[in-house]
Write a protein that binds this ligand. Sequence first.
Ligand code: FAD
Length: 515
Amino acid sequence: MGAEIFDIVVIGGGVNGCGIARDAVGRGLKVLLAEQSDLASGTSSASTKLIHGGLRYLEHKEFRLVREALIEREVLLRAAPHIIWPLRFVLPHHKGLRPRWLIRLGLFFYDHLGGRKLLPGTRSVDLRHDAAGAPLKPGFTHAFEYSDCWVEDARLVALNARDAAERGAEILVRTRCSEARRAGHLWRIQLEGAGGVRREVAARALVNATGPWVSSFLGGAVGMNAPDRIRTVKGSHIVVEKLFDHDRAYIFQNADGRICFAIPYEHDFTLIGTTDADFDGEPGKVAISEAEVDYLLAAANEYFQASVTRANIRWTYAGIRPLYDDGASKAQDATRDYVLKLEGGTGEAPLLSIFGGKITTYRRLAEAALDRLKPTFPAMAAPWTAQAKLPGGDFAVNAFAAEVGSLSKRYPFLELKEARRLVRAYGTRAAQVLGDARNAAELGRRFGPSLTAAEVDYLMREEWATQADDIIWRRSKLGLHMTPAEQAALQDYMVQLERTPAFAGGDHEIAPRRG
Ligand SMILES: Cc1cc2nc3c(=O)[nH]c(=O)nc-3n(C[C@H](O)[C@H](O)[C@H](O)COP(=O)(O)OP(=O)(O)OC[C@H]3O[C@@H](n4cnc5c(N)ncnc54)[C@H](O)[C@@H]3O)c2cc1C
């Protein structure tokens, strides 16, 4: 029997792979995506989680990227107002920085380059009288405050996959592409699932969206000689007990000229990051180093009155920026823009590799990727994602409180904090998580303070979660609020559920399980 033929097979279930799969299937193409681990298990869950133009990229003259990213902020905010929300940034001024007039000029461009409609503009802040000044050392008297957005990065990935699946794409997790060989106008692709289960598929076009693995995939699975190089730059974050009570973030400049963010995180915490260091290890094994911890603590202690020490750290994470190697000498100077490389001659099935990119620009990157594949699929439909909602995002940008109100009305037993969390995570689909429950007990067993069996079931059924970590560190950050025993109980529960007929995908083939 011949292998099933897809128009596009996407390798890699990060934000770029899932974004391309969603866009492609929505244009009428037959799509399969394979992710070797969990969705967003690579860089796409390890970002600073900002939908931002990138103020500092203005200094690097990356005007194309900044403009595209600034425009994209409001497009994405409208598409997913549950997982994306406006965030104000306080930039304290001091004499080590560029002069005030220059920063004001930069922020003027930042305000106007991207046709801002929803987000408020820049203002000056007197830190002696504003709440933002209270946690800072007394020497800081003046700041600028400007807008960007926050995004739940890993949920953005899962929602793109969900939408792609609902439009007909096949999404496979824990499925590695071990080999891809061109056979004329088709690719023959070997997939390996859990337990070494194999499947061969064919594709008219292959998309390499493997992020930090992009070059090793070309050299390994594709067997290419001297593939384009990638610059892998590590970035780490620490999560500390919260350092301030207001809902704005800080952007600090460190003594070395780099910038560092301190952002309100998961109600009880402050997120501090990031670092920038060249990395040549295995991307799947990246972790924060002691030197990076020291660096981030020192950065925080430059600005905050309270002393921040290792004892305050509750969690850390690290990721690899898969940047295109443009020959920049310093990691922080390497371009953050994306580069798409198309390979394949006339009559040959194309291979498109994605280098670089930001969470912020993933949707535009997907459009650009499909544009490059247009000669192979001349009849595909026009771009469509700019106006489309992501699952659960079908409410107005300013209607979050109303959504929480209607969920609380329908499920009066929910605590307000819980209703807010569910609407943040699932938007208008929160009711699908809760189903017909009439009281808290009907949501089933509890794992930690707020995770219920109903939510776990939903995430396994609808969002490809198979391991406890998928749920507590990617579909949510509930791991911050759970004990090791609760986490272990969740893992046991999921293993049991996975074995029940309703969830079993079959151990003899790699097949679509749900969606
Ligand atoms: C520290 C840090 C902070 C950042 N902050 C921001 C920010 O605030 N805002 C912003 O817009 N951007 C930010 N970024 C950039 C952004 O996170 C990345 O550009 C983006 O997530 C890259 O996504 P990706 O899909 O290309 O790669 P990934 O998310 O890494 O996805 C690639 C996937 O491919 C899979 N894969 C690899 N090989 C195979 C194979 N053979 N078969 C199957 N699957 C395979 C991997 O498991 C992985 O899941 C940040 C990056 C870092 C590192």
